[in-house]
Design a protein around this ligand. Structure first.
Ligand SMILES: [Zn+2]
Length: 67
């Protein structure tokens, strides 16, 4: 078995997807936090597409005790 491919979830962009301008480390931090960043080069609004996961309907989710 030869599967030496590190599974890295590349979530953070290093370059602007619009103009390819290199983002500074600080901009990458802002992007990871706010999920949105405006490129200072082309003023393109970079928005990270957040995978929207619907919460699984647990059978016992309404389990609360009345005090
Ligand atoms: Zn740009």
């Amino acid at each position: 078995m030869e599967n030496s491919k590190p599974e890295m979830s590349k979530d953070i962009l290093e370059n602007c997807p619009h103009c390819g301008h290199k983002l500074s480390p600080w901009q990458q931090v802002l992007l990871s936090v706010d999920r949105v960043l405006t490129c200072k080069n082309c003023w393109y609004r970079i928005i990270l597409d957040v995978p929207v996961k619907p919460e699984p309907d647990s059978p016992d989710k309404n389990k609360k005790t009345k005090g």
